[in-house]
Write a protein that binds this ligand. Structure first.
Ligand code: PAF
Length: 295
């Protein structure tokens, strides 16, 4: 048997992307978009594989979006690994990679480009610690949706607040796109896969799974009927601090809008963001109170 070595079709310009999309549409094929910032790991590839189940054509995008990084964040340091990403996407069954240059996404410059704000939700938790972050995400995802015009778009549930922001944007702006969340992919020791795990040194990597363990302890307390959310959050902050994390927050919120829970809310999220060395790690678990665990 002869193995054919295929290189992933990679497109940098919008006009060429639109030709491909138009051809697929003409053939009646539905399209799924998997937006990424590259430096792909098994979590991204799970998104692509899940996308393949949902529609015959899968487009991944790769764009490290400057407008979602704060002035002192890791935009310039963010790992850029195009060749490796292309190989992984090919193996995962992606049909096309859209990797636009900065000037294609922001021809007027990012500062002068129309903004997209999702109020309320964008200001909580990660939004409070990273002002402007979710506005940058909403802006670029809105643009990617308009450039690619997919039927479906997939996002990982590790970034659950981002997923909610995008779902709200799509609903508010009546965008004809189904936004689908995909379960967090974890390493064998429980650490959620993330491009930022690459910032951890060997000692930090050994400590990192304790982020998920702290969430599991908090989840068990909720499942056991503990009512004092603030005490649960504080205990998790302390547990993380003791092993070397610098937590931004541990919060118990209601799942649908990340607001403070109150009866009769039963579907809750425990969300965490914490620094370990120069890596800011995030994670979350969903808890159904008065019900079985959902993840
Ligand atoms: O989750 C990410 O990688 C990014 O925030 C996204 C959705 C690709 C927008 O830049």
């Amino acid at each position: 048997m002869v193995h054919q070595h295929t290189t992933l079709k990679t497109i940098h310009e919008l006009a060429e992307l639109r030709q491909h999309v138009a051809q697929w549409r003409h053939q009646g094929e539905r399209i799924v978009l998997v937006p990424t910032m590259g430096n792909l790991h098994a979590g991204h590839l799970a998104l692509v594989q899940q996308a393949r189940q949902l529609a015959p054509r899968v487009i991944a995008s790769l764009f490290v979006n400057p407008t979602q990084f704060g002035p002192n964040e890791d935009f310039s340091a963010y790992p850029r690994t195009l060749a490796e990403d292309q190989a992984k996407l090919t193996a995962a069954g992606c049909d096309l990679l859209f990797a636009p240059p900065l000037a294609t996404v922001y021809p007027q410059g990012a500062e002068l480009t129309t903004r997209v704000e999702v109020p309320g939700l964008s200001d909580r938790l990660c939004g409070a610690f990273r002002p402007g972050h979710f506005a940058g995400v909403a802006q670029v995802v809105c643009k990617l949706f308009n450039m690619v015009q997919p039927d479906i778009a997939m996002f990982g549930e590790k970034d659950r607040q981002q997923l909610l922001v995008i779902q709200r944007m799509v609903a508010d702006l009546n965008l004809p796109i189904e936004v689908v969340g995909s379960p967090t992919v974890r390493e064998a020791d429980g650490l959620a896969m993330s491009s930022r795990n690459a910032y951890l040194d060997a000692a930090q990597r050994r400590v990192a799974p304790q982020l998920y363990q702290a969430l599991c302890v908090a989840r068990d307390k909720l499942m056991a009927g503990e009512q004092d959310y603030s005490a649960i959050e504080q205990a998790a902050v302390q547990q993380l601090s003791e092993v070397g994390f610098r937590p931004d927050y541990v919060r118990i919120v209601r799942a649908q809008d990340y607001a403070d829970p109150a009866p009769p809310d039963t579907r809750l999220v425990i969300a965490v963001a914490a620094w370990l060395g120069r890596a800011r790690l995030i994670d979350n678990v969903v808890v159904e109170r008065n019900a079985q665990r959902s993840d």
